[in-house]
Ligand binder design. Structure first.
Ligand code: PEP
Length: 253
């Protein structure tokens, strides 16, 4: 059985009080997670310790960082290493979010190194892939995503790959209010799983959770999550509203 995951990406939002209140409100709700369901909060770095402490009181609720360094340690002012994150109780790290690819020039090669850092230090990468609008309009989205997978993941062993969660996030749907249709999401998820199968075999492909991201909200989560290859969502804007995110969690299949 694959894990079903509702992951919140708070990005660079909320002050400390707001972050504490939002987390408290969500965690004080009776969420009734079924076996195999997980919630992940990808919070800004300053709130990680607070979030780890609060999430540790709940089963299957984890904290993610939104990024980590591709270096192990040393003179890299402003960077945060995987070792540091692991030492404060983080379990997941978002790697390759399109905002990091676009605004911080993160290439598939750098992302492969970040994934290695995570895996070497007991952290699970939540690896984001997805095409820009221009590529979809040319009908080349599958080649584009296949290349992202190949360049950042295919150096991993099968055991390592099983530590990864993939998030398909079409860039044209992130923060735009424009969601992929359930069919577009399912088609790409099935394609990603097929690519993993070609490289790592059927069994492994069936165990990898693939989340959809891109304007997921309470109103569309159930339809998206009901697709056979959609194993939950990576949620930006709607995860900043407790009621919206709780409904999204309750929409996990
Ligand atoms: C994201 O940041 O990963 C995301 C999918 O954002 P939004 O839900 O706001 O589109």
């Amino acid at each position: 059985m694959r894990k079903q995951i509702a992951a919140a990406n708070w990005k660079m939002n909320l002050n400390a009080d707001e972050a504490h209140q939002l987390l408290t409100k969500i965690l004080h709700t009776k969420l009734a997670l079924k076996p195999g369901q997980e919630i992940i909060f990808a919070v800004p770095f300053p709130y990680i310790s607070m979030a780890v402490k609060k999430c540790a009181e709940h089963n299957n609720v984890f904290v993610a960082a939104q990024n980590c360094s591709d270096k192990t340690s040393g003179a890299y002012t402003g960077e945060t290493s995987a070792i540091m994150l692991q030492s404060v109780g983080v379990q997941y790290v978002i790697i390759g979010h399109s905002e990091r690819r676009e605004y911080f020039n993160e290439t598939n090669e750098v992302l492969a190194k970040k994934i290695d850092q995570c895996l070497s230090h007991g952290l699970k990468p939540l690896f984001c892939c997805g095409e820009p609008l221009s590529i979809r309009e040319e009908g080349k989205e599958k080649e584009f995503v296949a290349e992202q997978l190949k360049q950042s993941l295919y150096h991993l062993t099968a055991d390592q790959l099983q530590q990864i969660v993939i998030a398909y996030e079409p860039i044209w749907a992130i923060g735009t209010g424009k969601t992929a249709t359930t069919q577009q999401a399912q088609d790409m998820h099935a394609f990603i799983r097929q690519q993993i199968e070609l490289k790592y075999g059927h069994h492994i492909a069936q165990t990898i959770s693939i989340l959809y991201g891109g304007s997921v909200k309470a109103a569309n989560a159930k339809d998206l999550f009901s697709q056979p290859d959609v194993d939950g969502g990576l949620v930006g804007g709607a995860s900043l509203n407790a009621e919206e995110f709780i409904t999204i969690i309750q929409s996990l299949d």
